[in-house]
Design a binder for this molecule. Structure first.
Ligand SMILES: [Zn+2]
Length: 147
């Protein structure tokens, strides 16, 4: 298994551990590496759906540590929040992340568009790493969004 897939597998594992505890929000897993590929931190969506995984992972590391690094996220980082907090895509941009690897897209109206936002900021985005596994894991969430 490639390093990419291994890191995403860890992110999916974190998401699965939190499954059923995140309210109406999907359980997302996030692993962040520094510019040298060392694992800086990881997190899953908080109990009840907040904070989001990316937010939690970034706030648990020193400011600037993630600059030039790579984030692995099981679901497209949100473009907007229903609260007035900064979205995860904005937080990843602000942290100076250079590359975001995403398993699958978020069909939710507020989540969708995060990839475009990251790319606009010059971040390299790779989509579909362990995508099938993620699609299976998020099947219920996807169904709830489209209904
Ligand atoms: Zn988010």
């Amino acid at each position: 298994m490639s390093a990419h897939a291994l890191n995403m597998q860890r992110a999916l594992e974190l998401a699965k551990l939190q499954s059923g505890r995140t309210g109406q929000n999907p359980s997302v897993g996030c692993v962040i590496l520094d510019r040298d590929g060392q694992r800086l931190g990881e997190a899953a969506t908080g109990d009840g759906g907040r904070p989001h995984a990316e937010q939690l992972a970034l706030t648990n590391m020193p400011v600037g540590a993630a600059s030039g690094g790579t984030a692995y996220v099981t679901l497209e980082p949100c473009r907007q929040r229903s609260t007035k907090e900064a979205s995860c895509s904005q937080r990843l941009v602000d942290a100076g992340i250079a590359r975001v690897v995403i398993a699958t897209r978020d069909p939710h109206p507020l989540g969708s568009g995060g990839i475009a936002r990251l790319r606009e900021a010059g971040i390299q985005v790779d989509l579909g790493i362990l995508g099938e596994e993620a699609d299976l894991f998020y099947a219920d969430f996807f169904a709830s969004v489209s209904s």
